[in-house]
Design a protein around this ligand. Structure first.
Ligand code: ATP
Ligand code: MG
Length: 563
């Protein structure tokens, strides 16, 4: 914690420098500007944590601004989902705002630019405009419409607004510099004609402003002091500044665009467009499928808001793009759930275990600790009887000395219960084991304080009492892709790398208390991993999603790197 106080990230350093140079602290203001064209993903969470984190650190307001300038892709459903996700992460915005609320102001400023000879209507089609733009080392060609009179430009622009022209037939362009080494300054487009209704402004507008003409001006209207975006916007910064130069008035806060590295995560894809394809093409069951890197998917998978915020802190704020290992995200959730998740027992791949010397028909209720990391979590009682289920993988007929689970003639402890010894097995006609028979040591009960109970045996197994067991559907999720960077190869479609085994569904035996789990309840199934009850659960018949296994691949990676 103290370390964190000491080292500022580079964005905080910029803010500190501004404050030191006299920028008034009370005028700090940030924003998170999602486009409501999809669900938020873990990359957005990074940006949310950054912006809202700065708000918390400096006691400054943070606006939620919907950047809604592409009506054909936007939907109020996404607006609601975005708000839900930000709240769930634990942040509260100051004002809820919409770039579309600024359309009139933007339009007035655009007319003003036309009147000052700084913008013109171009009648050429998009392909021609693109071709004339040239390349970074070759100047562009000026449009034949570039030097239209102010009157003609104004008249055409007003008629564009009125809906007199076809889509694609005209655009409004800023008149900057067709030979600028920065391609974004080669007379960028400010407005295009789109006869598409908007989710908020309805049919009012036939022209819509571009991102570049909207973003900085929205920041300025809201008096955002630091407008943080991802690195791909770095080359747009001179244009951001050029537009602000045209409208800036003395005495106002002049927003500053600064860029940080996008979050890229291994074994997943992150753009909304690609995530939308996974949904539309049926690779997953919706935006909140637990395999999706969306916030709603992670929530359903069992991630906690704390773990995502913690992950975002650990990733830090980088100046260069890099790929973050998904094991770090898994580390964060494991770390949190280890502290808060009650322990339970469940058997995913059951085989019958019969304790021959245990009385038939007897049930003992054994005391089991809910969470060794949290004594306040207390105890529960679990039933023990002569017939149990254990995991098939926890038994081997023939085992070497490194196998610390159950085998014939050797002892293991049953968690919270007794020490048992494997005796013999019963097989079906095909040679599959259908019963394992064992004997137990009645004096070895866990926590009973006898010398036998303190006897050290190598392995401990989880189990469920067969007559008391309830069943649950358990969804075992794995990575959605088989390679670290599914979209790295431009020759290949990322869907080629889908992991065919990203979801396995099993029927598990669970200890009886688990049958009453409510959607959203989280548990550690001992020795197996962390699980959350899914909204698909029915009373008495829960559905559990595996959030993450217990194996910490991240810590292992770190150790390897230190060697
Ligand atoms: P996508 O490419 O997934 O569609 P986007 O950038 O178009 O993302 P927006 O809704 O425009 O999505 O983004 C809102 C904010 O979130 C922007 O400030 C954007 O820079 C930031 N953001 C988006 N993706 C990431 C990411 N992977 N890492 C960090 N910030 C991100
Ligand atoms: Mg965007």
């Amino acid at each position: 914690m103290e370390d964190k106080e000491k080292s500022l990230n580079f964005i905080e350093q910029i803010i500190e420098d501004d404050l030191a140079a006299g920028f008034p602290r009370e005028k700090l203001r940030f924003r998170f500007p999602p486009e409501p064209n999809g669900y938020l993903h873990i990359g957005h969470a990074k940006s949310i944590c950054l912006n809202f984190g700065l708000g918390e650190k400096y006691g400054a307001p943070v606006n939620l601004r919907f950047d809604d300038t592409n009506p054909e892709k936007e939907d109020p459903e996404f607006v609601e989902a975005i708000k839900r996700d930000i709240r769930w992460l634990g942040f509260q915005w100051d004002k809820e705002l919409y770039a579309s609320d600024y359309f009139e102001q933007l339009y007035e400023w655009a007319e003003d630019l036309i009147k000052r000879g700084l913008a013109y209507v171009d009648d050429q089609p998009q392909e021609v405009i693109n071709a004339q733009r040239g390349t970074p080392d070759k100047p562009g060609i000026e449009s034949p419409y570039r030097n239209r009179s102010v009157e003609e430009n104004l008249d055409l622009f007003r008629r564009m607004r009125a809906g007199e022209f076809e889509e694609g037939s005209r655009v409004l362009r800023a008149k900057i510099d067709m030979s600028s080494p920065n391609m974004h300054l080669r007379d960028p487009i400010m407005y295009r004609i789109k006869k598409v209704p908007h989710h908020r402004t309805g049919d009012k507008w036939k022209i819509y402003p571009t991102y570049d003409w909207t973003h900085g001006q929205s920041d300025y209207i809201e008096q955002v002091s630091h407008s943080l975006c991802t690195l791909e916007f770095l080359p747009h910064r001179p244009l951001y500044d050029w537009f602000l130069d045209q409208i800036y008035e003395e005495g106002k806060v002049r927003p500053k665009q600064r860029e940080f590295a996008r979050l890229n995560l291994s074994y997943t894809v992150m753009s909304k467009r690609k995530l939308a394809r996974l949904v539309e093409e049926g690779y997953v069951n919706g935006w909140d499928d637990p395999r999706m890197p969306t916030i709603s998917g992670l929530r359903r998978r069992g991630y906690t808001p704390e773990s995502i915020r913690d992950f975002s802190d650990r990733v830090g704020v980088a100046k260069r793009d890099n790929l973050i290992d998904i094991a770090l995200l898994e580390f964060s959730i494991r770390d949190h759930l280890n502290k808060i998740a009650p322990r339970r027992m469940a058997v995913l791949n059951p085989v019958k275990l019969i304790i021959d010397n245990y009385p038939e028909g007897k049930t003992e209720w054994l005391k089991a600790e809910n969470n060794p990391e949290d004594p306040a979590a207390g105890y529960r009682e679990i039933p023990f009887s002569r017939e149990l289920y254990i995991e098939r993988e926890d038994f081997r007929e023939q085992a070497n000395r490194k196998f610390f689970r159950l085998t014939l003639g050797k002892e293991v402890r049953l968690k919270n219960a007794y020490i048992i010894k494997g005796e013999y097995v019963v097989k079906d006609d095909e040679g599959n084991i259908i019963e394992i028979h064992a004997t137990y040591d009645p004096l070895s009960k866990s926590g009973s304080g006898t010398p036998e109970s303190r006897r050290k045996v190598k392995g401990t197994l989880h189990w469920v009492s067969a007559p008391h067991a309830r069943t649950a559907e358990v969804r075992l999720y794995d990575r959605l892709f088989t390679v670290e960077q599914p979209d790295a190869d431009p020759e290949k479609d990322f869907t080629e790398f889908i992991n065919p085994d990203s979801l396995k569904t099993v029927t598990a035996y669970i200890e009886p208390s688990l049958a009453e789990a409510k959607p959203g309840d989280r548990f550690q199934f001992q020795r197996l991993g962390y699980f959350i009850a899914d909204p698909d659960s029915k009373p008495g018949r829960p559905v559990f999603n595996r959030t993450v296994t217990l194996k910490d691949t991240w810590a292992k990676l770190q150790k390897k790197q230190q060697k």
